[in-house]
Design a protein around this ligand. Structure first.
Ligand code: NAD
Length: 264
């Protein structure tokens, strides 16, 4: 199978680093026109230039917009009125004891991780249905189905994404539009690297030891017993976004190294 997405436009939110960046790169390599998104103009421009260099013939553009706000989403939609592929990737996490999580954090997590995808799907999905082709992919997490006790607010947002993506898939009946969620497990993105570096510093360990210990202690059921690379997650997302993934709809797909121990 050779994935060719030339002729399509893909928007990847939060794609100036981490998993989103790897997805943007992967989609660009398939010939899609890719819109990179982050919050600052300078970072977006820097990433667009780097991706153009890294992927020969890549069609990459960028829009700086904060997708956690209604205004940011509106500005993004104004700049790019139609997309064929929407990857709702933007997301934040922060381990915090339930009793210490204030209302503001619950609302901030909901705005960044959930409302961003709701607003953009509401804006872009009607065009996909009209053109009778499109892909929406929510980047959820295994935390959607195994709520982490150290960040229940994050787990809540990830479960919400599964509910929304399944619900939106119901609206695609009889069309060639699909809406799915991908659930990465622990993945060495920039965000997670910072978290692991902090752990290493706290415990006086090397980053490699801190990473290995984190998996052993906090994700013992992982079958791969390591963090995933961002490209390994991007591969799954590029496939789900492809024309070839035509009968996968309304699914929550696992890319979590086998750490979820249930069969389905
Ligand atoms: P990351 O922190 O490395 O990158 C997130 C990107 O989103 C950054 O480019 C950041 O600038 C951007 N961003 C943040 N807030 C934004 C906003 N309001 N508007 C626009 N851009 C914004 O994160 P990551 O680890 O690559 O995570 C990406 C997604 O994958 C998230 O939804 C996360 O929940 C999910 N995920 C990550 C892991 C993991 O272990 N890394 C595991 C499961 C799920």
């Amino acid at each position: 199978m050779k994935i060719d997405l030339s002729g399509t436009t893909a928007l990847v939110t939060g794609s100036t680093s981490g998993i989103g960046h790897a997805i943007a790169k992967g989609l660009a390599a398939t010939g899609a026109r890719v819109i990179v998104n982050g919050r600052t103009q300078s970072k977006v421009e820097e990433v667009v230039a780097a991706l153009r260099k890294a992927v020969s013939g890549a069609m990459i553009e960028g829009v700086a917009a904060d997708v956690s706000t209604a205004e940011g989403c509106a500005a993004l939609v104004k700049a790019v009125p139609d997309v064929d592929i929407l990857i709702n990737n933007t997301g934040i996490f922060e381990p915090k004891e339930f009793f210490d999580i204030p209302d503001e954090d619950w609302l901030r997590f909901f705005n960044v991780n959930v409302m961003s995808g709701i607003r953009l799907s509401r804006a872009y999905m009607p065009g996909m249905l009209k053109r009778n082709w499109g892909r929406i992919v929510f980047i959820a997490s295994e935390s959607a189905i195994m709520i982490p006790k150290e960040m229940i607010h994050y787990g809540m947002t990830k479960t919400a994404q599964l509910a929304i993506s399944r619900g939106l898939a119901e609206l695609t009946r009889g069309t060639a539009v699909t809406v799915n969620a991908v659930m990465p497990g622990p993945t060495m993105s920039e965000g997670v690297e910072t978290f692991v570096k902090d752990l290493a510093k706290q415990n006086g360990q090397s980053v490699e030891t801190a990473a290995a210990n984190f998996i052993k202690e906090h994700r013992p059921s992982s079958l791969i017993q390591r963090f995933a690379h961002v490209d390994e997650i991007a591969n799954m997302v590029v496939y789900v976004a492809s024309r070839e993934a035509s009968v996968t709809n309304g699914a929550a797909l696992r890319a979590e190294g086998g750490l979820v121990q249930t069969i389905a």
